[in-house]
Design a protein around this ligand. Structure first.
Ligand code: ADP
Ligand code: MG
Length: 270
């Protein structure tokens, strides 16, 4: 009996998600009278790397911020890892979450921004253990051990006691990735992670992201790096003016876009 109940609850917890890690259903977002997202539908499978491209102002950042619930949707639904973002489902009813409860949901999602946003007054190690120790209450020794293995993974084990300002942009961004991974998220969001970097530093950050993808991390990556999208992406989404214009296998979308808007955009960036 107990077994049966548990199974029933699990099925409920995944309602609407179809087994995908991320499901966006008719996502709308407006700022005042400006409608920025006009109904986004998409799914990201577990382990999938989805790259998102599109012109400046098309709503890419806003969409990632909605996935992470840094922005509240104007309409539509978003599930991440079986959780309806912003809500709790209880006995078939929906309850809106308070801000503190939303941050608990958000802790399952890592985000890396164009600007690295490291805490300048903390060392590299301090940056990486901050969220696990403060938000998850992981003991410091345990958090430090995980942090050191993550710094190893991003190629910076010798920088643990360095301050961010002493690092190059590429190194800071790799620390930012390690910091996001320290929360052991099930989803990583990247918003133009290499756009603020000098060209010679882009490769080292993309290498870390490629390794992460190989290790099976589910990733949504807004990027202008078409080589990365083609090589690492499982899917490619082209957004324009708040909608998904087309999506598919990266090599196909890039070499044979179906829509004129995609073709026009690619002719400018490729
Ligand atoms: P992208 O990342 O594709 O360049 P954004 O999502 O940043 O596009 O922006 C899409 C549109 O939404 C832009 O017109 C931008 O000015 C507007 N926008 C984004 N955030 C806000 C905000 N907090 N308040 C008002 N307008 C916003
Ligand atoms: Mg943006």
């Amino acid at each position: 009996m107990a077994e049966e109940n548990r199974e029933h609850e699990d099925v409920n917890a995944n309602d609407g998600t179809d087994g995908a890690l991320v499901v966006a259903e008719n996502v709308h977002k407006s700022f005042g009278r400006l409608e920025v997202l006009k109904g986004i539908d998409l799914e990201v499978r577990r382990g999938e790397v989805m790259c998102i491209i599109g012109p400046s102002g098309s709503g890419k950042s806003t969409f990632l911020r909605c996935v992470n619930h840094l922005e509240k949707l104007s309409a539509g639904r978003l599930w991440v890892n079986g959780e309806l973002m912003g809500y709790r489902q209880k006995r078939g009813k929906l309850y809106e979450l308070r801000d503190s409860e939303i941050s608990a949901q958000r802790s399952d999602i890592g985000m890396v921004f164009q600007r690295f946003n490291l805490f300048p007054h903390l060392t590299v190690l301090g940056n990486v253990i901050e969220a696990p120790t403060q938000v998850k209450r992981v003991p410091k020794a345990e958090a430090t051990e995980l942090a050191m293995s993550l710094l190893e993974r991003v190629g910076l084990p010798d920088k643990a006691n360095t301050y961010p300002e002493q690092l190059s942009g590429g190194q800071q961004q790799r620390v930012a990735i390690a910091r996001a991974l320290a929360m052991e998220p099930s989803l990583m969001l990247f918003d133009e992670p290499t756009s603020a970097l000098d060209p010679e530093l882009v490769g080292e950050v993309l290498d870390v992201m490629r390794d992460l993808a190989r290790a099976g991390m589910t990733m949504m990556v807004v990027t202008h790096e078409m080589g990365f999208a083609r090589e690492v992406g499982d899917s490619l989404v082209f957004m324009d003016d708040g909608v998904v214009v087309e999506s598919g296998v990266p090599s196909e979308v890039l070499s044979d876009p179906r829509h004129e808007r995609t073709r026009a955009f690619l002719s400018k960036v490729l």
